[in-house]
Design a protein around this ligand. Structure first.
Ligand SMILES: [Zn+2]
Ligand SMILES: [Zn+2]
Length: 282
């Protein structure tokens, strides 16, 4: 079996440029932002840019391509103005993924800002349902687990399971599992028994059938400390043994693994991607 592993790559200079960058790094799957991740607005994607991107992806045989939502949207917010803007960005990103023929759109869920978990879960589910009703393309929205900081939605599998239930377990909504965030939120996937327990919780509350992408990140923070600090593969608290069990796990090994690891004097993306391939035994 072929391991699918890649990382987040830049679209600087045009969406199609991301593909060559991914190839240079050694990716056979990769993730992009379709626009500026730190703003509310996005420049339209013209037909030519979209065509160039689609033909580059076809040529490279890289699959799947994953898009990540920008950072500002918050679907759990009690502030109506931010909520409306967030919903608009979600709809726009679903459409942009459709234009670029990107099958998966990963999103964080947001923060209820102290207004209560139940209300936050409901608003998040409503935002996603509304987007699904407004644009009926083939793009699948993937709900990502978070590190469980105060007031955030998505730090527990219960949160994500409840949102999926509220949406009605729609087949256009799946999940993305971030290993750093899970560990930070208290799921100890660094040990063999911890990984078994975590996956059985995931199966029970979310269902592993919904899991489409793994964000494979090691982490700087201790388990349960709610610290979202990604680390090079094997050099953090999950470690080589932990990562090795994850990429070789029969329920996970066929999924695309996307790295969002640091780039510094110790290692770059190429080294981290190569390191994951070394840990794979398939
Ligand atoms: Zn992530
Ligand atoms: Zn993170």
């Amino acid at each position: 079996m072929v391991l699918r592993v890649g990382c987040h790559v830049s679209i600087a200079g045009g969406h199609d440029r991301a593909v060559g960058r991914a190839e240079d790094i050694g990716c056979n799957t990769f993730q992009i932002f379709t626009g500026n991740p730190r703003g509310w607005s996005a420049k339209d994607i013209d037909d030519k840019s979209a065509q160039n991107f689609i033909s580059e992806v076809d040529r490279s045989k890289i699959s799947p391509v994953v898009a990540h939502m920008p950072y500002l949207p918050n679907f759990a917010t009690p502030r109506p103005e931010v909520y409306e803007k967030s919903c608009a960005v979600l709809l726009r990103e679903i459409r942009r993924c459709g234009i670029l023929k990107i099958p998966y759109l990963v999103t964080h869920l947001g923060s209820h800002l102290g207004d209560g978990r139940e209300a936050g879960v409901k608003r998040t589910a409503d935002a996603i349902s509304e987007a699904l009703d407004s644009e009926k393309n083939d793009v699948m929205i993937l709900l990502e687990n978070t590190s469980g900081t105060k007031n955030s939605i998505g730090g527990t599998f219960e949160d994500i399971g409840e949102i999926l239930d509220a949406i009605g377990r729609n087949k256009r909504v799946g999940t993305c599992f971030d290993t750093c965030h899970a560990f930070a939120a208290g799921y100890d996937i660094s040990t063999e028994s911890g990984l078994i327990d975590t996956l059985s919780d995931y199966e029970r509350l979310i269902n592993l059938k919904n899991l489409k992408v793994i964000h494979l990140n090691d982490t700087k923070g201790e388990c349960g400390r709610r610290l979202d600090r990604h680390e090079h593969i094997g050099l953090g608290k999950i470690g080589d043994f932990g990562i090795k069990r994850i990429v070789n796990h029969p329920k996970l090994s066929s999924l695309p693994f996307i790295l969002e690891t640091p780039v510094d004097e110790r290692r770059g993306d190429k080294e981290n991607v190569a390191h994951v391939r070394e840990l794979f035994e398939g």
